[in-house]
Design a protein around this ligand. Sequence first.
Ligand code: AMP
Ligand code: MG
Length: 336
Amino acid sequence: MKQYTAAALILALLGLMLCGCAHTSPELYSVTYWDLFDTVTTVTGRAESQEAFQSVAQGVYDTLLRYHRLFDIYNEYDGVANLKTVNDNAGVAPVAVDPEIIALLLDCREYASLTGGAVNVAMGSVLSLWHDAREADTPYVPDSGVLAEAALHCGWDTVIIDQTAGTVYITDPQQRLDVGAVAKGWAAQRAAEEAPEGLLISVGGNVCATGPKTEDGEAWVVGIQDPDGSSGYLHTLSLTAGAAVTSGDYQRCYTVDGVTYHHIIDPETGMPSEYWRSVTVICADSGLADVLSTALFVLPREYGQALLTQCGAEAMWVDSLGVQYYSPGFADYVRE
Ligand code: AMP
Ligand code: MG
């Protein structure tokens, strides 16, 4: 597991604040995990006893941990062929992988098509340049020529997903996969489907409800973080099912020569997208919500709204001046 950076710790605190809203009743239990998807995960829910809740939460954790290991591009695990293995074998050989990796990548290929390439997990070559620049002892801005060269290695025709053989092969030796825009929400969706009703699962900015907070249908309260961090929440939402996912420029960022660079990259430019400070998407499926929040972050609002309409989702955008924009049905979820 990578060391937590200051940015990750801030993200962690935001995640706790997000779930802190939900923990209001003595019948509720909550547990936090720090070792999944390089972010903070909180499971909250009703149970008859601490032991009963712990057992349910452990099930959610175990599912998320399995996906965390499979989708990790930085670390190897004994006996696991994961996405790092696939990346390391780019241009070398097909890798036999767990069917869940095949399932995720098939969905990601669909998502790239759905979003017109706005969310493209096959652009790991570009994303790794930004990752390395951000994580360096002295952070820097990737060279524009190197970024342009990497952008030539982001297509899907060089990612061979063989469902029959159960293998994935990146035929281009310079290409890499990075599923960071999708994996947390996708994994949370799977974990939610396996979990009992009445849980709130938060994986970083991805919050997913498996049913209402109480048996009489009371909704969970989920806060939307102010990207400025100054005034706490911009809104609180009522969620009884489905997911609320935020992509924000404050989540992983660094500053060079007074300019702040964040982690959501516009595939058109290879640079951090400049349209929005944050986008929150509400959608029945947590995986799709994760995809859409990243997609809308790198798209003008009219393109984003078209995607929302197509997917039956709602969103709130916040621009650089702090102005908030809403899709037509977003207000139905706003509590304050
Ligand atoms: P999210 O926080 O869900 O919006 O995802 C951000 C993460 O997804 C980044 O840390 C990158 O690893 C990755 N990423 C950034 N921009 C893109 C993009 N345009 N398409 C696919 N993945 C991206
Ligand atoms: Mg996302």
